[in-house]
Structures are given as C-alpha cells and as structure tokens.
Design a protein around this ligand. Structure first.
Ligand SMILES: [Zn+2]
Length: 186
C-alpha cells in the first residue's frame, strides 16, 4: 500500500518491516494478508520468493505484524508492555539464522524455507536497523484508528503522526473541539 503522503520509506531493509506492518490499512481497510493465498502473493511481491503459506502460517504472520506494530508505539513515547517484545521474540524465534563470514565481517542469513524464511528476514532487518540507529525512527501513527507505520525523517525525530495533513490535523481539531466544549460547558 502506498504512503499516505510524501514521506519517503524507511532506509535499507527496515523498509521491509514498514511494508509488512502496512500490509493492512486499519481500522477496516483491505488486509493484504487476509487469506493464505493473499499472504503468499504479498510475500512474493515483497521478497520475491514463492513461499508456501498455510492458515497457521498466516495466523503467525499476522501475530508478528501486530506485535511489531505494538512495539513501535514506544517510538512515539507510549508505554509498551514488555510482554510485547517477549511475544515477538517467540514469533521470530522459529527462524534459524546463520552467520556468513568474510574478511569484511559477517552478516546473518536465513537458514530455512517457508514462512520462517520471511520471519528470519524480519529478524535480520530489525538487528540491522538497531545497529544503524534507524530503528527508533520507524514509528506507528499515534491515531488509535490509523496506526500506520512511517519513517520519521525529521531533524528533531519527534513526528507522531503518519501525516500532519490527515491524522495530525484531525487530532488537533479533536483537541480543539474538546477544549471548546470544556470552556463552553456551564
Ligand atoms: Zn495516521
């Protein structure tokens, strides 16, 4: 799905995590992982691999996607239950990774097939983004009904809304109306 406005996507492999989270448009948009065949098609588009997806796999993909979304709330200053990270660790933990070593150093490669292959890519992308210092800039929109993942390219790194034009201004209008109501109340 496309970005709601001209925010450029997250750099490097972090863009895969962003795209994964945005495979559905909340609260009631299309879910690109809405069925096992749809999820298989999404994976083919996203990582170019033909991966078998069972209903159980799809459930795991969705649980992983939503755990990532929940975890990212911490990047806009929300308190996230530590159980979310534990849940994500468990979901990603089924994908074995192996080091690929050269004179230049090492990277991690996914050492399995199926949906685990994709989950392994998510793990490596997460580790890479942490080391590059980009992880903290991947955020989910603070609007409870939106929760779209965006990359905060701003200098001060304090964006909280996917788009100031849509969610930010909507939120401002809501605060304004609430304040109006409060001041006009008898
Ligand atoms: Zn939003």
């Amino acid at each position: 799905m496309s970005e709601p406005e001209a925010r450029s996507p997250a750099p490097g492999s972090l863009a895969l995590i962003q795209r994964f989270i945005n495979s559905t448009e909340l609260p009631d948009g299309i879910d690109e992982l809405g069925s096992a065949p749809l999820a298989a098609r999404w994976l083919r588009d996203a990582v170019g691999a033909n991966l078998e997806v069972s209903n159980k796999d799809r459930t795991r993909l969705i649980a992983t996607r939503e755990a990532l979304r929940d975890l990212l709330e911490s990047h806009t200053g929300e308190n996230v239950d530590p159980a979310v990270a534990v849940r994500l660790e468990k979901l990603l933990g089924s994908a074995p990774l192996r080091p690929v070593v050269s004179a230049q150093g090492a990277t991690l490669a996914v050492n399995c097939g199926g949906v685990e292959n994709f989950l392994g890519m998510i793990s490596t992308a997460l580790v890479e983004a942490t080391l590059m210092g980009t992880w903290a800039h991947l955020k989910v929109c603070r609007s409870d009904t939106c929760r779209w993942a965006f990359y905060d390219h701003s200098k001060n790194g304090r964006s909280c809304w996917c788009s100031m034009r849509v969610c930010g201004s909507r939120e401002k209008a809501r605060t304004y109306r609430a304040r109006q109501r409060a001041t006009s109340a008898p």
